[in-house]
Write a protein that binds this ligand. Structure first.
Ligand code: KIV
Length: 361
């Protein structure tokens, strides 16, 4: 027999549920940090490895973009991007360092959590930062666990194909964490590569790209990034692998493509790009120019006092309350403040009337 709740009680339960549901959707409400807190489990809505595998099987390219904070996570979500990579490129494009080496795991976790709050649909991948996984498979597993538990990510990415990295990738997969590999130009190895240089440009180097990608697949990686390699090398790796390759500066013959958020949007203020913009970065917008223009206009309008005008001065006080307020100020011995308030009230009214007769945007 169904138990019927008294109507008043059932209404209270419903409104409490609605309130909790509303609070959960606010970005400033802390979430349960275990695996990033509850996420929609609807497979239609959330991108999973199965979703990526199916796309790859059908020959559909996988879309990947980096994100570093709540707004970029929301933008990727809205655009329907498949995978959101919280890349250690944050070190350069967000923190302004010359390389990806300085960013710490704690800093990466802050970026991961912010992105996870905004990007509810894409698969979330967090980069393991330099110095947090190279020493041993145990260190690599511990770091990967933190990226999932504390960062709210679904998977991790690590760079390189040296035997120790292959072992680390295998150990992380065995710990139950999905791993994306990354070969070709691996920016964390800038010290041995001698700079941000394309890879796979000689026979030996091209073979090494394909071999390391294959070894990462054997270690259990679900995908491999190919960065800055010639298109034929990327094509060979893509053909040799069952798992999707994700290219950046690797030409069109990959299972998907990734670009850095700031590069794609034309926000080229970070130190690396001040020196050289990589040729493979197509800019789909000039957001940096839009930001510069908006900031200069703001500065100009504040300087010439045209901002804030009446339409951006929303809070009113009635004439009678202004009079009462002026009286109180006089009683407090603040006559200059009273005259400033009186002038402001008059000026605001004149500006309002002017704006009513000449509406602005
Ligand atoms: O950190 C990053 O943004 C990356 C991409 C360039 C693949 O690793």
């Amino acid at each position: 027999m169904a138990v019927r709740l008294p109507i008043i009680f059932s209404k209270a339960v419903t409104s409490t549920y609605k309130l909790l549901h509303h609070l959960r959707s606010l970005s400033n409400v802390p979430e349960n940090s275990v695996y990033g807190g509850p996420k929609p489990q609807n497979h239609e809505k959330r991108v999973t490895l199965t979703h990526l595998r199916n796309k790859h099987k059908k020959g559909e390219p996988i879309t990947v973009v980096t994100a570093y904070d709540y707004p970029s996570g929301v933008h990727l979500n809205e655009a329907g991007i498949d995978v959101c990579l919280v890349g250690d490129s944050a070190s350069m494009v967000v923190h302004g360092y010359d390389t990806t080496l300085p960013i710490t795991l704690d800093e990466m976790l802050v970026h991961c959590r912010a992105v996870a709050r905004g990007a509810k649909r894409p698969l979330l991948i967090g980069d393991l930062p330099f110095g947090t996984y190279e020493s041993s498979p145990t260190q690599a597993v511990d770091t990967a666990v933190r990226v999932l538990k504390e960062g709210g990510m679904d998977a991790i990415k690590l760079e390189g194909g040296a035997p120790s990295r292959i072992t680390a990738a295998k150990a992380i997969v065995e710990a139950g964490i999905a791993v994306m590999g990354h070969v070709g130009l691996t920016p964390q190895a800038i010290s041995v590569l001698g700079g941000f240089r394309p890879q796979g440009k000689s026979v030996a180097s091209a073979v090494k790209v394909v071999e390391t990608a294959m070894a990462l697949q054997e270690a259990g990686c679900f995908s491999v990034v190919l960065e800055c390699v010639p298109a034929p090398v990327a094509a060979a790796a893509t053909s040799a692998l069952r798992i999707p390759t994700i290219g950046i500066g690797a030409g069109p013959f990959c299972g998907g493509q990734v670009l850095v958020y700031h590069d794609l949007l034309g926000m080229l203020q970070h130190p690396h790009h001040a020196k050289v913009t990589p040729k493979f970065c197509k800019q789909y917008g000039r957001v940096g120019d839009v930001i510069n223009k908006a900031l200069s206009e703001y500065k100009e309008e504040v300087t010439n006092r045209s901002f804030p005008g009446p339409s951006h001065t929303p809070y009113k006080i009635s004439d009678s309350d202004v009079d009462g307020f002026l009286n109180e100020l006089h009683k407090m011995g603040l006559s200059e403040a009273a005259s400033a308030a009186a002038t402001a009230a008059e000026t605001a009214e004149t500006a309002r009337l002017t704006e009513v007769s000449n509406p602005v945007d």
